[in-house]
Design a protein around this ligand. Sequence first.
Ligand SMILES: [Zn+2]
Length: 363
Amino acid sequence: MTLSSLSLRCSACGETYETEWAWCCDCGAPLDFLADPHPSRDAPDPRGFDDRRGLWSFADFLPVGPHVTLGEGMTPLVDAPEWDASFKLEYVFPTGSFKDRGATTTLSVAAELGVENVVEDSSGNAGAAIATYAARAGLDADIYVPASVKASKLRAIERAGATPVRVEGTREDVTDACVEAVERGDGWYASHSWNPAFFAGTATFAYEVAYQRGWSAPDAVVTPLGHGTLFLGAYRGFRALRDAGWIDEMPKLLGAQAAGYAPVAEELHGPTDGRNDAADGIRIRDPTRLGQILAAVDATDGDAIALSEAAAESELEDLHRCGFYTEPTCAVAPAALREYRDRGILSPEDDVVVPLTGSGLKG
Ligand SMILES: [Zn+2]
């Protein structure tokens, strides 16, 4: 058997996996798809582009077909005059977060490979997304979550028929327990940080932004940054668009981390102060793809900063007051937008897109 479009290559040592799927390289580094599909035709006229298949409208850029879908994608891109930016409403997804972008592609790969049982570890949103799409596919799912997981996210996992496995300790302990289960053969690792299919899915964020803007990239995109699920996906998507000749330039990618959980910002700027525990979705001290995140920052003249709990909470109030009913984690991105402008990293003329990544309804 060959994996064809699902063949893998190690991001660190270059080893390839062309006959059998592996969740990570023998050397311990994460794997990526060997081929980076993108269309060879010119960008279609945006006025005539058929977007009725949601994010699957960009099938030419995807390594897998829509085997497991709930009609996700094409989230609204709206003006946010109070922030002088555009917000992409990523909380308008079947499970209320952008993680559905990666869940639909990851479960589609699982279906193509004939997987019967998937496992994932998550602080909540990715777990709810994987559980929901596993239910759609008729697959069993074990979702490893911190013992402190929010009740609303636990409920979403349970109601989809998945098995939550609550783990005491840190977020890293949750991942360790999940990886042990994968190594034991308990299931296929549908990980939002390891599985390259997840990033192929989150790359559709970039295709949608470019299409909604008439095939142009903004000057900058400011995203929450934990494992880099959206940050790296956006990078890969904009890069594929540029390689296809559908956009001319890449946007600056600017990350928003939680103080106390800010390895990328600390790598760039030194130690951060305080601890932001409100942003429960990005409390990641050891991102799986740290090297790739730093390379994306470097390649786009980007940056990463850490936001305090107070800054995120005050931003969340502003978001809610202006009609954006989002969860605390996603408030770090518009808070970072303010900070990037204060620091002069962004000028008043820069046109900026900020994804609002998770709904307040299960916040
Ligand atoms: Zn390797």
